[in-house]
Design a protein. Structure first.
Length: 176
């Protein structure tokens, strides 16, 4: 992976019976610690009762490794031992990050044509809403700036909100 490419990591944790509340507290703390590292771009947690997944991003591979190899992370993993364990830790790139099923890490991405259809289903309503609700309010903003801002809104919303939910909704079609 090139040094300048953003890094997405999907990690799955198995939690010991009866330790979910402890794990959720631990997850909150490790997320806050990771956020203090340069290049951290956010984290989203999914799951419940015994199995949790986190998707987190760093600006590039070098900044990710600063966190991954840190004594802070090592200490958090040590504190995890009585609560649960890290089951998988995967690096993803490109559209594949939108099509990772949280309970099935490592499963190959669906065919590209299905990724295109699912992405269109997720992005079209976002673009429609922006054009309908926001575009009339910003007609005096230069076109280039409007397009840049709209693209940022669509990509961010699709990556962190729409596509994870849409992937779960379409999972039977995407992964027959």
């Amino acid at each position: 992976m090139a040094t300048g490419d953003a890094v997405t990591i999907v990690a799955t944790f198995r939690v010991k019976p009866g330790r979910d509340a402890d794990f959720e507290h631990w997850a909150h703390d490790i997320t806050a610690a990771a956020a203090q590292f340069p290049g951290h771009m956010g984290a989203s947690w999914l799951g419940s009762k015994g199995s949790y997944q986190v998707v987190y991003r760093f600006e590039n591979d070098a900044l990710f490794h600063d966190w991954h190899d840190s004594t802070a992370r090592a200490e958090f993993l040590r504190r995890l031992e009585p609560i649960g364990a890290l089951a998988t830790d995967r690096h993803l790139s490109g559209l594949e990050t939108w099509f990772e099923l949280p309970n099935q890490p490592g499963r190959p991405a669906p065919p590209r044509w299905k990724m295109v259809v699912a992405t269109w289903i997720g992005v079209f309503p976002l673009l429609l809403l922006l054009q309908w609700l926001v575009a009339p309010l910003v007609t005096n903003v230069p076109l280039l700036i409007r397009v840049m801002v709209f693209a940022l809104i669509v990509v961010t919303t699709a990556t962190y909100v729409v596509m994870p939910r849409l992937t779960m909704l379409l999972r039977r079609w995407l992964y027959p």
